[in-house]
Each structure stands twice: as structure tokens, then as C-alpha cells.
Design a protein around this ligand. Sequence first.
Ligand SMILES: [Zn+2]
Ligand SMILES: [Zn+2]
Length: 217
Amino acid sequence: MTCDFSLRHYRDLLQAARVGGYRWAGFDRPPESGDLILRHDVDLSLRAALAVAEVEADEGAWSTWFLMTRSAFYNLASSEGERAIERLRELGHRVAHHAVWPHVELDERFDHVVAWHNPDPEYMQAPIDGAVNVMEAPFFDPDHYRSDSNQHWRHGCPHEQLARGDFEWLQLLTHPEIWAFEGRTMRETMEAMLDADRAARLELLREDRIDLGTFRP
Ligand SMILES: [Zn+2]
Ligand SMILES: [Zn+2]
């Protein structure tokens, strides 16, 4: 088994969690022994989010998806955005808010759970009125937390520890773009995402009745 960042190995992680006896959990109650809280911050691509969400559903898993209302890369109010939320809910996932400080925009699309995007230490763990902050106690504890930030596991890929049941419980943060688009480095993965984005945007231009003539890329 290769610990790369691919949908194939993401599936391995889910299967490892099942071998380790974990149960899927969210942010609606304090973590209990045996919980695996799958958290996804969607920074860049709804398409990547759906690709990972489908793999999870296929493995009988569900997770909490944190979506942005202020992303420079996707528009949650577009038809693509609305479809993405609909599909995530349909697959049994939870949809929460990936907020940009200081804007908490919890409308009917979101469960009342917030993960700050690129938070500064001053407010990262501060309580939020009317919502759970995923980085506050009891949901966050450094020994019960792993993240794939910038395509790097600070403590190594957790699949073996999951399979052994080493974590009493775990909040596992993954970014879907890293898994849905392939590359050996974050740079390569981002290039793959941008290449795919160009094709998707050409399709959007066609839908928008832009005359693209007979040009073939
Ligand atoms: Zn691994
Ligand atoms: Zn983020």
C-alpha cells in the first residue's frame, strides 16, 4: 500500500478505520471513545468535494463538509454550488460553514458548525455565538487530531494507526482537492486542478451561450 494522496488511498483510509472498529461521527455531540470525525474543509473545488463524498458514501461513511460563502474559487450560490449541497445531503453527509474571519454566515444551508479558513491563533479556538467551533474543546485536542495540510501529514499517514485502533477518537481533517487531483507535490496537484478547471470553465462558457466557434483545444 502506497501512502499517496489519491482517491484510492483515501478509500484505504476509510477501510482502515473500519478495520480499527471506528464509528463515523460529527460535531453534534462531544466525541466519544471509538469516534472518527471526518472533517473536510473545501477551499478550492466543489468537484473535488463531490468526488471524495462519493467514495465515502460508497464505503458506507459520512462526514462533515465545510463550505465557504466567500471563496475566490467557487460560488456556493451558483447552480453548481446548489447542486453540490444537494448531493452532499443526499449522500448522507453533513454540511457546515467554512468561514472567513470575522464573517459567520450561518444560513439555512448549514448546520451550526464552523471551521475558520486559515485561522490566526487569536481566534482559532474561541467560542462562536450560536455555533460549534470545530477547533474548541471537546472537539479539538492535539492528540486526537490529524490533518493533511498542503499534502503533508505532520505525523505520517494515519492509515496504520486507524487500522490498529490507536486513537481513542480522532478528528481527521482532509482537503478534497489533495485527494481528487493527483500530483506528487502540492504544486503538481494544484496544476492538475487548474488543468481540469480550464475544461470545466469552457463548458460553463458554452452553457452561458458564449460563441466558442470551432476552436478545439
Ligand atoms: Zn497511508
Ligand atoms: Zn480553508
